[in-house]
Ligand binder design. Structure first.
Ligand code: FRU
Length: 515
């Protein structure tokens, strides 16, 4: 069955299965199969509490989602796979959930693509990537195996492949694992060896893997292959200088504007002033890959996002030649409000187009979002000195604002304002900082993040996407982005602007976004 006919069948049978209700129970080890996961989803997706479901972001149908995997453009569709545990809104032995989209905004779920059903992946089909091979789609992923009683320490990881000729059904290779434990180089961790991102370059296949040097520093390992089945180790492609955390996860290497760009997720990276304040971070470096040596030369690294909830990003290119990035819009070890009685947890960020400008990356919301704009509201030249309700309520919208700082000390916006609730974005002129505060955003999460932001000719331009339980703030044309999950009550829909001192809101545009 191909993608299109699967989609058709899925809509036809949806209604029948929605009436059945099964108990949510965890299958015991060794019983995870694709058939079981797909039956479970069909029979339990109606249990999901709609309260915090997002309107234009990808979420799990039911259960738990983490990293984006296998993000790829194949046969006229964007495919997004994801780390998935359908049986409860908590992390569990990982499956690969699967959804497709023609425009990266409206997604259709496909059956689960991988289940942890083999001896080499019994503890989970961990993160990985996809590669289009002629008319086939190849997935490369980490097989996680628990080897002792302490599952947090006793484990081994190898790399495996699965192939599909219809974009729906995947067959794991008889040759798995294709990168074995005995191919782990000396002086690197014998167990943290995961998240292959596979790509082709000058006729050779490469894959980058996250690991550490077993002495507390994150590393990226580079492997190469001529046929995707036999792999050989090339080198440590990049390693922490001591400031970048003790283990690196989810690397992605790609070329953009003639440069080689590495993005990855360092674990337990110490904060640097306002940056890297989450337990685990994400960074990018722009450099040059010496593919003979297998080493990435780069000078500096920068955060990929300045908010709270952004991890394990992955990119793909597409037919239009864009490089697009999606991340898990969560962070590890947070108590997510929907884990309690809502039967789901986790979402993906909006897809962001990456653009190289000089020595920095800019991040732009994909242009496809504009097709979903409705109910445009426009206001201009609003003088501010104090607080003002903009009288344009909403909980799923895009907002474009330009502030002219004037003589104000600070100014900003309050979003999702209601009885005792608000999510506050403040620009502090003297400190040249933009702050995102969610102390009063609703249930659960709190805290503040800040980013250094310069005004352009005295102006601050923000493009903000609010989607029920998320906010993404694109600053000064995508120079920086701040992402957060928030859990306000349904009646907290106000939007107000404020300043301390005189300033002008020269432009406000708001659209509801409806998929
Ligand atoms: C990153 C990560 C990956 C791993 C996956 C397991 O969030 O820890 O390194 O493959 O999650 O779900």
């Amino acid at each position: 069955m191909n993608q299109e006919s699967y989609l058709k069948r899925e809509t036809e049978t949806k209604q029948d299965s929605d009436n059945e209700l099964l108990d949510i129970s965890h299958p015991s080890q060794g019983t995870y199969t694709l058939a079981r996961s797909n039956a479970y989803i069909r029979e339990n997706r109606q249990q999901v509490n709609p309260a915090y479901r997002l309107a234009y972001h990808l979420m799990p149908e039911v259960g738990w989602m983490n990293d984006p995997n296998g993000f790829v453009y194949y046969n006229g569709m964007y495919h997004m796979f994801y780390q998935y545990y359908p049986y409860a809104p908590v992390w569990g032995p990982m499956h690969w959930g699967h959804a497709v989209s023609k425009d990266l905004v409206s997604w259709t779920y496909l059956p689960v693509a991988l289940a942890p059903d083999q001896s080499y992946d019994s503890g989970g089909c961990f993160s990985g990537s996809a590669l289009v091979q002629g008319d086939k789609l190849l997935l490369m992923y980490t097989g996680h195996v628990v080897t002792g009683p302490d599952k947090d320490n006793d484990y081994r990881q190898t790399q495996n492949i699965a192939v599909s000729d219809n974009g729906v059904d995947f067959v794991k290779s008889a040759l798995n694992p294709v990168i074995r434990l005995d191919q782990i180089p000396e002086h690197t961790s014998p167990k943290d060896f995961r998240d292959p991102k596979v790509f082709e370059r000058n006729g050779i296949y490469y894959c980058v893997l996250g690991s550490n040097d077993a002495a507390g520093r994150g590393v990226i390992l580079l492997y190469q292959s001529t046929n995707l089945e036999k792999w050989s180790y090339v080198n440590v492609m990049a390693q922490s200088d001591g400031t970048l955390g003790d283990n690196w996860e989810c690397p992605d290497l790609f070329s953009l504007g003639g440069r080689d760009i590495l993005i990855m997720s360092p674990q337990r990276m110490p904060a640097q002033m306002d940056n890297y304040r989450n337990l685990h971070s994400t960074v990018y470096m722009i450099g040059t890959l010496d593919d003979k040596l297998g080493v990435l030369e780069y000078e500096k690294y920068y955060p990929l996002d300045y908010g709270f909830d952004f991890y394990a990003p992955q990119t793909t290119d597409d037919e239009q030649g864009r490089r697009i990035m999606v991340a898990w819009m969560e962070t590890w070890e947070t108590d997510i409000p929907t884990q309690h009685d809502h039967h789901w947890a986790g979402a993906m960020t909006l897809p962001r187009q990456i653009v190289l400008r000089g020595e920095r990356l800019f991040f732009l919301p994909i242009s496809e979002l504009e097709q979903y704009r409705t109910n445009e509201i426009k206001q201009q030249n609003i003088h501010l000195d104090g607080i003002r309700d903009l009288d344009m309520p909403g909980d799923r919208y895009e907002l474009y604002v330009v502030f002219e700082a004037g003589t104000a000390e600070n100014f900003g916006l309050k979003l999702r304002v209601g009885e005792g609730e608000e999510t506050v974005i403040t620009y502090q002129v003297e400190e040249r900082k933009l702050r995102l505060n969610r102390d009063r955003s609703g249930t659960g999460l709190s805290g503040e993040r800040a980013a250094d932001v310069e005004l352009n000719d005295g102006r601050l331009e923000l493009r903000i996407f609010v989607d029920v339980s998320s906010v993404e703030v694109f600053i000064q044309g995508g120079e920086k982005v701040m992402t957060a999950r928030i859990y306000p009550g349904p009646d907290s829909t106000g939007i107000s602007a404020f300043s301390s001192g005189n300033c002008t809101l020269t432009e406000v545009l708001k659209w509801d976004l409806k998929v």
